[in-house]
Ligand binder design. Structure first.
Ligand code: DX5
Ligand code: ZN
Length: 211
């Protein structure tokens, strides 16, 4: 069963608790927090305090995606705030030591690849990473169109025998999710499409059937 991880980037910033509770009540599996530093990506979003408060109101794991030039600077703060998973980008380097620090902090550790980054970069860390995040849009903003070339990357990572979580993030909708799950996806980050659903519970239930 594919896990659905709503991205709070697409929630109403002035009603974050309302939207998160709606997603959890609708049966989502994780809550995805896109952390952005206005350097690695041209956007700015979320602090460790947001994760701390989410942890207080959410029973589901908090999946933190660090889109930061220097993820190590706030890594301990996100871990102490209660992140269940922390994902860093291969493009920022220093990956192996950061993955070790994430595990020492008691969270699972993910490695993210921008759409243009080769699966070869992920292959270096398959022993250390609990999760590989194949970005299906250029990181920074929600509401973009899914880059279908990334489906091949997901297949490639699965075909080399990686048996951890494979997550995708960006432009995922109910009508393109099956193409991803059929190629090995196990976690779908969804923002725009999900928060627009009239009946989020029914939508998540339908998507849970996809494999
Ligand atoms: C990009 C962001 C988005 C967001 C989800 O850096 O990470 O991918 O979470 O995007 P949408 O709104 O397209 O589902
Ligand atoms: Zn993300």
């Amino acid at each position: 069963m594919v896990k659905i991880a709503p991205s709070i980037l697409a929630a109403d910033p002035l009603n974050l608790e309302r939207d998160v509770r709606r997603a959890v009540d609708a049966g989502c599996d994780w809550i995805h927090v896109d952390v952005m530093d206005a350097h690695f990506v041209p956007n700015l979003a979320y602090s460790p305090d947001t994760v701390r408060r989410l942890k207080e109101i959410c029973a589901v794991p908090i999946d933190v995606h660090l889109m930061m030039e220097n993820p190590g600077t706030l890594l301990d703060a996100f871990l102490e705030a209660g992140a269940s998973n922390v994902t860093i980008h291969t493009e920022t380097g220093n990956v192996r030591s950061l993955l070790r620090r994430i595990h020492q902090g008691g969270a699972t550790a993910g490695v993210a690849l921008k759409p243009g980054t080769s699966a070869d970069d992920a292959k270096l860390y398959l022993e250390d990473a609990d999760l590989i995040l194949a970005m299906t849009v250029e990181p920074g903003f929600g509401g973009q169109k899914l880059d279908e070339r990334v489906v091949r990357k997901i297949r490639e990572i699965r075909d080399i025998g990686y048996d951890g979580e494979i997550e995708a993030d960006g432009g995922i909708r109910e009508d393109n999710l099956q193409m991803l799950t059929e190629n090995g996806l196990t976690v779908a980050v969804m923002g725009t499409a999900l928060f627009r659903e009239e009946d989020m519970k029914a939508a998540i239930s339908r998507m849970h059937q996809m494999k």
